[in-house]
Design a protein around this ligand. Structure first.
Ligand code: SF4
Length: 468
């Protein structure tokens, strides 16, 4: 008789539905065409017409920014206890203020009766509208969590321009988005201040910031790849964004441009506006003529978020000449950190929405995020378990963004103390703040698993060192 090892599992979040084991293949693929959930099921949107729903302006005006507005949408379907829980979170724990477009709210509990219990268990709600009872009380933050956990601000070479990898830069054009995600890794800069976090402010005028970026790129011809981000580029007035992109395209050294916009999913109506589509076509044509790879990178974390409107926005970008639309999701407990959830999402992206499943990032070590984060070993297990189902080119890599290092595939660690949940990583380039550091390539850099996922001995060790 063969002995099998018990399968290791991570502690499940409160409100999570219980998974039932099945026989046959670990994952069964079934094609599921996308469906736009009926927004009129919400009392507050009972009379909203299709024209209104598909208007970017209507979506922006009707974004939910506070509890009062959320109550108006949900009517009396949700218990008072939910709002009390939400208020407790907003007053003391939230690192992002509330901003949720109707499009995203409509993907919460999309096809079942809306109840408080269903809303609490919903994966989109869990990261877009976090409540206090979601968070851990033993270790809400890891002791090594920090506001700018990837040190992007430390690596600014001009305001908003992070030079971390040798050939690539991240250009943050602005610090706002059409939606604010509870787990935002740029919580240091992006969005409005909350009671828990006083945000860093951009100080230059946009035009001065953009000039500084272009000057830096002119002076550094070794940079060939620009991720144009924020915030979300959907909040840059189109005329300004187009002008910035055309200036990038005049630089012969720039060969890749990637536009970062979660709004392709959160507010697809934006990317379907005629002036935006026409402008995108002009930029895509210029990029093609100059041999530059222009792509859109979006951020979808769950299959529920994909609707026909999202697919239409992605297809429209491809139709006007954008070379590719790719997804970079974030792995989170209670949202998508199981094999079926990841594969459902990848098949919906790849097969129904025309979006390439590209990366899943481990959630970064920001404050109050321990209930979302997963340990490295769990990410490795997920990477193992999703292999072989999707076409190879559409099988996403699960990566850990290691502070001071950058993206590493989750199997690339050099050492791993499982007891204390510390993984060690190396790198093969210097970031912009280490140009004179001879030891940078010989060091080992640490990443930390959430403490509640550690064995008892490891949890005790952290407890004993709580005040160190
Ligand atoms: S869209 Fe991106 S930058 Fe904006 S809040 Fe969400 S994760 Fe942060």
């Amino acid at each position: 008789m063969t002995q099998t090892q018990p399968v290791e599992t991570i502690p499940q979040p409160r409100h999570a539905p219980v998974a039932v084991p099945t026989a046959g293949q670990p994952y069964e693929y079934h094609r599921r065409p996308l469906v736009e959930p009926d927004w009129t099921r919400f009392p507050g949107w009972r009379h909203v017409t299709r024209d209104q729903w598909e208007s970017a302006q209507w979506q922006r005006v009707n974004c939910v920014k506070n509890i009062k507005q959320l109550r108006t949408v949900f009517g009396d379907l949700i218990d008072e206890s939910f709002y009390t829980d939400l208020e407790a979170d907003q007053k003391a724990l939230a690192t992002m203020s509330m901003l949720v477009p109707p499009q995203m709210i409509n993907t919460m509990v999309p096809f079942a009766p809306l109840t408080t219990e269903a809303l609490l268990a919903d994966p989109i709600r869990r990261y877009m509208i976090p409540v206090a009872s979601d968070r851990r009380t033993d270790w809400p933050s890891h002791p090594y969590a920090s506001r700018d956990s990837l040190h992007e601000h430390d690596m600014w070479v001009a305001e908003g321009l992070t030079h971390r990898y040798p050939t690539k830069v991240l250009a943050e054009l602005l610090s706002t988005c059409p939606q604010y995600c509870g787990h935002c890794t740029r919580m240091d800069l992006v969005g409005n201040s909350t009671p828990a976090v006083d945000k860093l402010k951009l100080t230059l005028k946009p035009v001065e910031r953009y000039d500084a970026h272009i000057s830096y790129l002119k002076a550094h011809p070794g940079v060939r790849d620009v991720v144009v981000s924020g915030g979300d580029v959907a909040n840059v007035p189109w005329r300004n964004l187009e002008a910035y992109l055309m200036r990038l395209l005049e630089l012969e050294t720039v060969r890749d441009i990637r536009l970062a916009t979660k709004a392709l999913m959160g507010l697809p109506q934006h990317w379907l506006q005629p002036d935006v589509v026409e402008g995108l076509e002009r930029v895509a044509r210029t990029a093609a003529r100059r041999g530059v790879n222009l792509a859109i990178h979006t951020h979808v974390n769950h299959a529920q978020s994909l609707t026909p409107l999202v697919a239409k926005a992605a297809q429209t970008a491809l139709d006007v000449g954008v070379r590719d639309v790719r997804n970079q999701g974030v792995l989170m407990r209670g949202v998508n950190a199981t094999t079926p959830e990841l594969l459902d999402l990848c098949f919906a992206l790849q097969g129904e929405a025309g979006i390439l499943p590209y990366y899943f990032y481990m959630c970064d070590m920001i404050p109050n995020a321990e209930h979302w984060r997963v340990p490295v070993w769990h990410a490795q297990q997920l990477q193992h378990d999703i292999m072989g189902y999707l076409p190879g080119y559409a099988t996403p890599r699960i990566v850990c963004d290691v502070p001071f290092v950058g993206k590493r595939w989750v199997h690339m660690l050099t050492d791993y103390d499982r007891e204390r949940g510390i993984s060690y990583w190396t790198k093969n380039y210097r970031t912009s703040i280490e140009s004179a550091d001879l030891e940078a390539l010989n060091k080992r850099y640490a990443y930390y698993d959430p403490i509640d996922t550690l064995p008892a001995g490891g949890q005790q060790w952290w407890d004993d060192h709580r005040d160190d």
